[in-house]
Design a protein around this ligand. Structure first.
Ligand code: CTP
Ligand code: MG
Length: 429
């Protein structure tokens, strides 16, 4: 054990996601495989980022596939946490080395398998705390449920029994732990252990399947702290089914399976959004409403195209998903959306809602205004907004019997409701 160095220590996390997922057999990198409406990597990054442990985060990806790169960029955008990506290597150890090389100067490193994509944030915090207390190598472990036997297949070779092996020993189960990730290390010690292993032949390197194994070989003591059953590794189709089931039973207000609430039914959520825009006095400003251009009509004022219907729909979606509002997502920190058309905002809102783990049931909008005459183009408006949201959006219109600013033609109000449900419910049925 090393004495903790004084002052704030920096922690880097390397998430290895460069494996091919051969045993899962989806014909795509495992990190890309869908789970409850998101990729495995989305789930993995949520746990990592929400733990708040990482000062630096590097994700190691299969070379030459930019789909996972986009997943990382979206996670970085959502969370405000920088996420660097690097291509991995042929074996897990090669990928870890590539990730370590991409880290800046850190005191501690946590190495995590993206395949353990439901690992609760508390496990990261536990490992980081043990490192801060002076641990050189700390791994999460859980008790072993099965009885484990040591076997010798060669000793059974003379028997005519397929795949048989002779048992050579039965270790005491109480002294065994199944080891998970994230595994935490003193950064310099881990780098040295990997450098040492870089010189080994392939068979010797392949025999060591985790980073703690390398540290043991380098002579460092390794501590085990409690892991979590939810940190299981997705290796085969059965594991993926288990992950689907875990997510389907999860408390819908908490994105982590650590908060499993087995008795809680899956409840859809509704949201509301209201938007008001004044009719512009600028004769050049055309009207955009409900995703359509309305030639000859006076436009609505506002920073954007003033599409009150689309904006109310966005706010209703954000409200239902519980992820803020228009200002949260399209504020000054996302200049690419400044002045964007309403349909573009709606498309992005729908994407954000889905990224937060929700599927969209429908969005209903009614606007109050003297103009435009909406009925003849209602179907067209529904189609434009439905295409943008990727879910049914319906729009209706009414007047206010001449009352108020809507009645006098000074402005338009749009009221929207939205219904969302946990994406995992799709798979639970
Ligand atoms: N991994 C990696 N680079 C490799 C091999 C594995 O980054 N060359 C990562 C995987 O992406 C995974 C973790 O190491 O997050 C554990 O590996 P494993 O569960 O074996 O995943 P795969 O190698 O993808 O699966 P398979 O062995 O079935 O192909
Ligand atoms: Mg593998």
């Amino acid at each position: 054990m090393r004495a903790p160095t004084p002052g704030r220590q920096r922690t880097g996390i390397v998430v290895v996601a460069a494996g091919s997922g051969t045993r899962l057999g989806h014909g795509m990198p495992k990190a890309l495989v869908p789970l409850a409406g998101q990729t495995l990597l989305d789930h993995a990054l949520r746990g990592v980022i929400d733990s708040g442990v990482a000062d630096e985060l590097v994700v190691v990806l299969p070379p030459g596939d930019d789909r996972l790169d986009r997943v990382c960029r979206a996670a970085a955008d959502r969370s405000g946490t920088p996420v660097a990506t690097v291509p991995g290597g042929a074996e897990r150890n090669d990928s870890v080395r590539a990730g370590l090389a991409a880290l800046g100067i850190v005191d501690h490193v946590l190495v995590h398998d993206a395949a353990r994509c439901l690992t609760p944030p508390a496990v990261f915090a536990r490992i980081a705390a043990a490192l801060a207390a002076g641990g050189t190598a700390v791994v999460p472990g859980v008790p072993v449920a099965d009885t484990i036997k040591a076997v010798d297949p060669a000793a059974a070779a003379a028997l005519d029994i397929p795949d048989a092996a002779v048992v050579t020993g039965t270790p005491d189960r109480s002294g065994l732990r199944a080891i998970q990730t994230p595994q935490g290390f003193d950064a310099a010690a881990l780098a040295a252990a990997h450098d040492l292993a870089a010189g080994w032949d392939r068979a010797a390197a392949a025999a060591i399947t985790d980073d703690a194994g390398l540290m043991e070989r380098a002579g460092h003591p390794v501590l085990v702290v409690p892991g979590d059953p939810a940190a299981f590794k997705i290796t085969t189709a059965l594991d993926l089914l288990l992950a689907e089931a875990v997510l389907a039973r999860q408390d819908t207000t908490d994105p982590h399976p650590g908060a499993l609430m087995a008795d809680r039914p899956l409840i859809p959520r509704t949201g509301i959004g209201i938007d008001v825009h004044a009719v512009s006095t600028d004769p050049e400003r055309g009207l955009w409403l409900a995703g359509l251009h309305w030639p000859g009509e006076a436009g609505l004022s506002g920073h954007s195209d003033g599409d009150a219907v689309a904006h109310a729909a966005c706010d209703a979606l954000f409200s239902a998903a519980g992820i803020g509002d228009l200002g949260t997502h399209f504020g000054t920190d996302r200049p690419e959306f400044a002045g964007a058309p309403g349909v573009r905002l709606l498309g992005e809102a729908a994407r954000l809602v889905r990224a937060a783990g929700w599927e969209i049931g429908n969005v209903a909008v009614q606007f109050v205004g003297r103009r435009p005459k909406f009925g003849p183009r209602r179907t067209q408006a529904d189609a434009a907004l439905t295409a943008a949201a990727g879910a049914p959006v319906t729009v209706t219109a009414t007047t206010s019997d001449g009352l108020g600013y809507e009645g006098s033609g000074q402005g338009i109000t749009a009221y929207a409701t939205a219904l969302v449900y946990p994406a995992s419910a799709n798979l639970a049925g």
